[in-house]
Ligand binder design. Sequence first.
Ligand code: PHE
Length: 342
Amino acid sequence: MNPQMELQESFAREFSAVGDSQALEALRVKYLGKNGFITQALANPRAGNATPEDLLELRKALNHLKKNAGGDISRRGEELRQAEILAAEQNAPQYDTTLPPRFERGSLAPITLIQREVEAIFERMGFAVEDYPEITDDYHCFEALNIPPFHPARDMQDTFYLENGQVLKTHTSAAQNAIMRKYGAPLRAIFPGRCFRNEAVDATHDNTFFQMEGMMIDADISIANLIYFMKTMLSEVFDRPVKVRLRPGFFPFVEPGFELDINCLICGGEGCPSCGHSGWLELCPCGMMHPNVLRMGGIDTDTYTGFAFGLGLTRLAMMKYGIKDIRDFNSGALKTLRQFVG
Ligand code: PHE
């Protein structure tokens, strides 16, 4: 038998006996490694007194064997690897995923609950939900909202400045410009977010609170559209028809600007201690977007108008869940916060 046949047979025999990847690797080294049988035979074919033609044939056959052996080894290697992974998985410790957890279940914070609820309502009405960073700059927080550096309206929103001149956003309106630039007109979007102000903290004021801004820009948008969307949303949140009223309110980025009140949910508008006996509760500043603001957002004011509102999400959560002290939200007062699990 010629050396190539011998090699082929011994390789086939040993190959069929291989049972794991370690043995396979040993076999590869034995035949195809630097000093492997096939490699050596190719480098140094011992063929007695063979003619050059015989030698050529032998080289060809050895090369063929080398290629086949290499192919067999890598195919078998893949099979063994898969089998070994499966075996490792089967031998891993088993968990009964149906057992009750050994830790106490967490709950969603009331702000998250109300935010998701309001988002779902606006999404059904075709509004996109947008996210915006908590750190922004003076331009977005003030200037793009028609509040130049000297404007006294800045006093109402004193806030926290970073050393590099950036600012923690004082209201979700800070995103208006970026969102107009992102979508152009027409657009409908809401953008909830955490806001920061330098406040004297008491039961109804905190330095950190949540708002949800809304903006709708299209041809012929009017205050009637604003009232419709606010009324629809609030009636869904409170599960009953709510009445709203608008009072004039000043914000440099809207014209005209309003404070939107809802009729007191406790007394139904009769007047009670919760509403200061007025029958109304202030809930949401809003207005028609100022043309300067639209223009700074790249909107053509000959064609488009828009409304914007700045719903106080924290305020809404307090009203909906009857939370009396705003400080409960950020205090880690778990006893209070856990009651509202959806
Ligand atoms: N950004 C204003 C505030 O936080 C509220 C607002 C939003 C008013 C949109 C009008 C329109 O005080």
